[in-house]
Design a binder for this molecule. Structure first.
Ligand code: BTN
Length: 324
């Protein structure tokens, strides 16, 4: 198709400008059609420099996720990420993972998409998931004989895994806001959505959704979230190889899950508390029963937040939104 011929042409002359006129002649299309193709490619993540009379030159190609690179990055994992479904675009990787779960896919199946058109966040919010810039993934887990209360603990475990993975591959000092937002400098870089399907008080399967803003520039964040969201590129100033980061997240998750299975929630709680940016802070938590203000003291043995409220009473909060 046209735009791939245009890319081929620009790649044949690395670093050099090709005039719009020459492109239009060689591809036998109008100058307007050349401009339209360039704009379309820009939307797909290609970066061009353009100069009057000199034309266009290719600066950067979008970094695409590829199965081989993912398999390489996932070396060492034995169950998580052993099956991968990599999609160019989808409504939501959560829905893809759910239908794979219903059709019998094994625990550890990983769904990844370059782009989501209907990415979902917690509490019915939308999750902006533009092509090629982030990690939009869902991991299917089939825990054995776990009660429904396992899901919140899995959420905390995932936050620890993501936070450790970010710290390992970047210079970025990521921390966890209760229960599961990953923040850098007070702004959100990653969100986690764990959805579970149960039967007879036990979990049939869980889908762990992770959305991470990796290589988005400041100008690429929607204005409505630019004061509360950020990306690893903005914070660390470096582009990150998404496959490597995915490999780290999945490996961390597998190891922490093994730890959880052998020793329960206690070691996960310690790791979570060490990475928390919420503890010791005076916070307000929006809960379904109203707002609660106090000092965040720690997690209880189940993973709920222990808050010392303003009248000196200890409160245990199972779910809510924290305002720091
Ligand atoms: C949050 O609100 O903080 C959670 C955001 C979770 C977004 C991820 S992106 C991959 C997966 N697919 C979705 O539609 N949502 C999750």
């Amino acid at each position: 198709m046209g735009s791939s011929r245009l890319i081929d042409m620009l790649q044949e002359h690395p670093g050099q400008y090709i005039s719009g006129e020459e492109i239009s002649r060689r591809l036998a299309i109008s100058r307007t059609a050349v401009w339209k193709q360039i704009e379309k490619l820009r939307e797909e993540g290609y970066e061009f420099e353009s100069a009057p009379r000199r034309g266009y030159r290719l600066i950067r190609k979008p970094e695409k996720l590829q199965n081989v690179a993912l398999l390489y990055a996932l070396q060492g994992c034995t169950t998580f990420g052993q099956r991968i479904k990599l999609l160019e675009t989808t409504v939501s990787t959560q829905e893809e993972a759910r239908s794979l779960a219903e059709s019998g896919s094994p625990s550890g199946t990983l769904v990844l998409a370059e782009e989501q058109t209907g990415g979902r966040g917690r509490q019915g919010r939308k999750w902006y998931s533009p092509p090629g810039k982030g990690i939009w993934m869902s991991l299917l887990l089939r825990p054995e004989q776990q009660p429904l209360s396992f899901a919140p603990q899995l959420t905390l475990l995932t936050a620890v895994a993501v936070c450790r993975a970010i710290r390992r591959v970047s210079e970025v000092d990521a921390g966890i806001k209760w229960p599961n937002d990953i923040l850098v400098g007070g702004r959100k870089v990653c969100g986690i959505l764990v959805e579970s399907v149960g039967e007879d008080e036990l979990i049939r399967y869980c889908i762990v959704g992770i959305g991470m803003n990796v290589n988005l520039e400041g100008s690429e964040l929607p204005t409505e979230v630019s004061s509360i969201a950020t990306s690893l590129l903005i914070e660390g100033g470096q582009r990150i190889d998404r496959s490597v980061l995915i490999g780290e997240v999945v490996r961390e998750m597998e190891q922490l899950y093994e730890l959880y299975r052998s020793e329960g929630f206690a070691p996960i709680r310690i790791l979570w508390e060490a990475l928390s940016v919420t503890l010791g802070q005076r916070i307000t938590v929006k809960t379904t029963g109203g707002d609660l203000t106090g000092t965040a003291m720690g997690l209880d043995s189940t993973g709920a937040l222990a808050l010392l409220d303003e009248s000196g009473e200890n409160r245990i909060i199972f779910s809510g939104e924290v305002q720091l």
